[in-house]
Ligand binder design. Structure first.
Ligand SMILES: Cc1ncc(COP(=O)(O)O)c(C=O)c1O
Length: 411
């Protein structure tokens, strides 16, 4: 046998990397009869299988265009359709302002690669989407939490935090999900959107507005969805000089059409887009032209608005089943009542031991995500996230019963 030297060590960020806390729950999901309130998975019954089958057929009939490598920035027809979505959401956009990404997850990853160096300060609303924390940890960023309340990220607290930071620790980026946040379900108040952009301009940081859920707004008292506040990027258009909008907008077809397409998109100024396109060249050359063509055909088919409408109504029914089920009597779990999206954020009575509750819930056949996954540090262990999107209403009712039994066992 030849004498051998140990292989070279892994890069520092990957020496002992923590995996996604949500993906680590996967083994529980395969247990027979388990009801999952864990992942932010769209409902299988809401996929427009017929419309997507037609779009897929149409895509394949296009032949080479759908089967060949494509431009890194994305297929022109899809960029056009996504720019139209951006304009419908009140933002200025042409096809050339859009970068198609492999899910919006890739959009954030590219931004981190082109902007963040080890030790750089990045502000994150907390509780935060775990994959954002994971990407920032791998980039060895210094993550500073910005607190939230029921109206989203607290801009007063942000202003105070920024005022106390030395010049060499000013942030490069701030990450927020202003519309029906993951995990807290909150909608960022309109005045706070203005305050956030003003702070970004004053302190010279970029804002990442991650918006996969904004279209899933529930009906209000009048039976129609109340108007949305302007996107943070649209506020940036009003407040910043032309071409200096500090807001990068990310969105996705995952929650409204199908996550398997892996089609997300970024709307940003030319300097950011160009750099992210270069970073994407080494990540995957281009997002699958086949699924991009399917997505473009689907958006052009005119079926998208009805699909979104169905999802909005169904998710509202499911949210109500979960929230009302937990609100009746003393469930030991107090939860938010979101105005859209897929998530309910909850806090536990202090008499309940969080790990005991999780174990009891799993034994009862229901699973959720314990709150600690959503904090970069100092987690509030008496919190948890539940998604009402994937299970049908009867399953949600059963999940509530199981949770109540688990609370009794853990209290
Ligand atoms: C806030 C947020 N951003 C991004 C993503 C990733 O979405 P995509 O499937 O577009 O990569 C998710 C998925 O759960 C999410 O909740």
């Amino acid at each position: 046998m030849t004498a051998s030297t140990a292989p070279a060590p892994f890069a520092a960020a990957f020496a002992e990397p923590a995996g996604s806390p949500i993906r680590e729950l996967f083994p529980y999901l395969s247990r027979p009869g388990m009801i999952s309130l864990a992942g932010g998975y769209p409902s299988p019954s809401l996929f427009d299988a017929e419309g997507l089958a037609q779009a897929a057929r149409q895509a394949l009939l296009q032949g080479a265009g759908a089967l060949q490598y494509g431009a890194t920035e994305g297929l022109p027809a899809l960029r056009e359709a996504l720019a139209l979505q951006a304009r419908e959401r009140g933002m200025q956009a042409g096809a050339g302002d859009i970068l198609v990404t492999t899910g919006s997850q890739q959009g954030f990853d590219l931004l981190v690669r082109v902007l963040v160096e080890p030790g750089d300060t990045v502000l994150v609303e907390v509780p935060a989407y775990p994959a954002t924390l994971q990407a920032l940890r791998l980039a060895q960023a210094r993550i500073l939490p910005v607190p939230m309340d029921e109206h989203g990220l607290q801009t007063d607290a942000l202003a105070a935090l920024l005022a106390g930071l030395p010049a060499d620790q000013q942030p490069k980026l701030l990450y927020t999900v202003p519309n029906f946040s993951n995990p807290r379900g909150t909608l960022l108040a309109a005045q706070r959107r203005q305050a956030l952009v003003r702070l970004a301009l004053q302190h010279g940081f970029r804002v990442v507005e991650d918006d996969p859920y904004g279209e899933l707004r529930f009906d209000g008292e009048t039976g129609t969805p109340p108007p949305m506040p302007p996107t943070v990027r649209a506020v940036g258009e009003q407040l910043a000089p032309a071409d200096s909008n500090p807001v990068v907008y990310l969105s996705s077809l995952s929650k409204t059409v199908a996550p398997a397409l892996r089609v997300g998109w970024m709307l940003a100024d030319a300097a950011v887009l160009r750099r992210c396109a270069v970073a994407k060249q080494t990540a995957d050359l281009c997002t699958s032209p086949l699924t991009q063509t399917v997505a473009a055909c689907y958006l052009q088919s005119g079926r998208y608005p009805a699909t979104v409408q169905r999802a909005r109504q169904e998710y509202q029914r499911r949210m109500q089943a979960l929230v009302q089920g937990l609100a009746s009597g003393d469930s030991g779990i107090r939860c938010s009542r979101p105005a859209g999206g897929m998530f309910v954020w909850a806090s536990l009575d202090t008499r309940i031991e969080p790990q005991k509750l999780f174990d009891a819930a799993v034994a009862q056949g229901v699973i959720y995500v314990p709150g600690k996954a959503f904090y970069p540090q100092d987690p509030d262990l008496h919190t948890l996230r539940m998604s009402f999107a994937a299970p049908e209403v009867p399953q949600i009712e059963q999940a509530v019963q199981r949770l109540r039994t688990a609370v009794q066992q853990a209290g």
